[in-house]
Design a protein around this ligand. Sequence first.
Ligand code: AMP
Ligand code: MG
Length: 397
Amino acid sequence: MIAISKAIKIVERETRSLGAEKILLSDGVGCVLAQDVIADTDLPPFDRSQMDGYAVIADDTVDTPVSLAIIGESAAGVGWNGKVRPGQAVRIMTGARVPEGADSVQRVELTGEANGNVEILEPVKLRTAIVRRGAEIKKGETIFKTGDIVTENMIAALAAFGYAKVKVGKRPRVVILGTGSEIVEIDKRPGRDKIRNSNSVMLDVMCRRFGSEATILPIVRDDISDLKYQILKAAKQNDILIITGGVSVGKYDHTKTALAELGAEIFFDKVRLKPGKPAVFARLGKTLIFGLPGNPVSAAVTFHLFARKAMLQMQGASKPELHTGFATLASDAKAARERDTYLPSRLETNKLGQLVAYPLKWLGSSDFIGFARADSMIFIPKGVHLTKGEVATIVFL
Ligand code: AMP
Ligand code: MG
């Protein structure tokens, strides 16, 4: 049995980068940038009005009301090209260029327009409602770096600088293989002694969240020759193969034997971890293979600890690690005696401004109903019993 940290190091050591590819920006969320993103213009590219109103010279509005001559109009996309002089104003719209000479915008609600003049009803402070050219970002500045993971909130910025296509780490091709003679596909009604395949679709979604292109293979029965055939076929053209089930020591747990007989190099097959002790990590040819326990919660936990790291590293992520933090425990939480433990939890804040972790009630590693509400896991070192109110390390999922 090896420590979790050791297992993660082995995954890191065996994972190679896949190079880069160009993809459509709209497909970029979850991918990893393989280029620095540079501003190709100032933002805003001109002094921009934040309001609908009148571009004026602030000094003209010290004594109000005051009447100014409207000499033009500056609309978004169609600016006004003259120069504003004392006693003059230009009608202006949100997003339009502030004309030369004007130094402030008075919003329309504090004005009245009649006969080609505007009455400014209240003084306006210098630079009111103007975002200066380059105030948000200057041309040539680096906005995002190689290795950053693309999020939804980055898309508008990438679009603003013309990244219709974006260079990202090549997306790992992942194939997911569920095993077990009791497993039926999710659109079937399980017969006697059978259950539906929870794992494959869960892992498919998780893989896609972390930038991979995943495919689900049909379930394989607990039959060693069939399993070997399917593993060999699946490993061929993919970067990662995720197998679930059949990794422990039961009579029909064939995953490890199949891997060994196919000549895969097995790096570890037992981790000091709860849930997820029988997790297997191997390589066949160039394909990394994760053999995850069949219990959906164990599969999810081991996915996050090991497979997620590998797929992010393949794409060149500068931070492929799990995001950790600290939270106050809402109730006692206990680790297994011999194994470091991850307890599924839900985070809330309290009136003291603390982040509080609620361990989810669960009946052990097969309780994926409890797990469904998890947004985090509480980490507890082996043998440790933490009590309500203590601060624990948590992992954000
Ligand atoms: P195993 O790792 O094959 O010993 O399976 C452990 C437990 O997880 C057993 O109760 C299995 O029935 C269950 N299990 C295995 N594979 C799946 C799956 N794809 N979906 C849901 N449960 C599964
Ligand atoms: Mg099984």
